[in-house]
Design a protein around this ligand. Structure first.
Ligand SMILES: [Zn+2]
Length: 193
């Protein structure tokens, strides 16, 4: 089932995700719905906060992006990142390489807004899977960027927090407008209930 994507201005985007201690049917269903929602929106990643649930759960799929390559090692073995997609990660813990690169980034919670963001070029992560395993990931390229963006979401951090102050200032009126529209939309749906 496709879920509505929460937009900037909704306080859930600032919530710290709760650890998932065991995988039950509602978690599996949420992950499946998040994959469907991300694919329908042509996104490369989606965090649980973006569908209104503050949990340590994110889905990623960079396989449709041809002009920005990714690299991936799974449990120390180099794999084809396209074959390995999509990824469903629970409770991801990441370690960032010190070397940064600037790259263009968008977010499904910020329609039509993109910006250059500095991110680590390589990230290592450990995460739990729906099957109850723990996997080790080393990601580069677009996947590294997407993973950092999504793990930020799981801790209530948004890409606007990573923008330079100049970039953020240049977007300020658009951000305020989006925030207002989101709050108005929330008011409408609350009064319909
Ligand atoms: Zn995002």
């Amino acid at each position: 089932m496709r879920l509505p994507i929460v937009k900037y201005g909704d306080p859930i985007l600032r919530a710290q995700g709760k650890l998932i201690e065991f995988v039950d049917e509602p978690i599996r269903a949420l992950a499946a719905d998040m994959l469907e929602t991300m694919h329908a929106a042509n996104g490369v990643g989606l965090a649980a906060q973006q569908v209104g649930t503050a949990l340590q759960l994110t889905v990623l799929d960079v396989s449709q992006v041809e002009d920005r390559p990714s690299t991936l090692k799974l449990n120390g073995v180099e794999v084809d990142p396209v074959e390995a997609m999509p990824l469903v990660l629970l409770n991801p813990r990441i370690r960032l390489d010190e070397e940064l690169a600037s790259g263009n980034e968008g977010c499904l919670s910020f329609p039509d807004i993109t910006a250059e963001i500095d991110r680590a070029i390589i990230v290592e992560a450990e995460a739990d899977t729906l099957e109850g395993e723990t996997i080790r990931i080393e990601a580069g390229g677009l996947l590294a960027r997407a993973l950092q963006h999504e793990v930020d979401h799981l801790h209530g951090i948004l890409f606007i927090d990573r923008m330079s102050s100049v970039t953020k200032a240049s977007l300020s009126s658009r951000l305020k407008r989006l925030q207002r529209e989101t709050l108005r939309g929330r008011g409408d749906s609350a009064s319909k209930r």
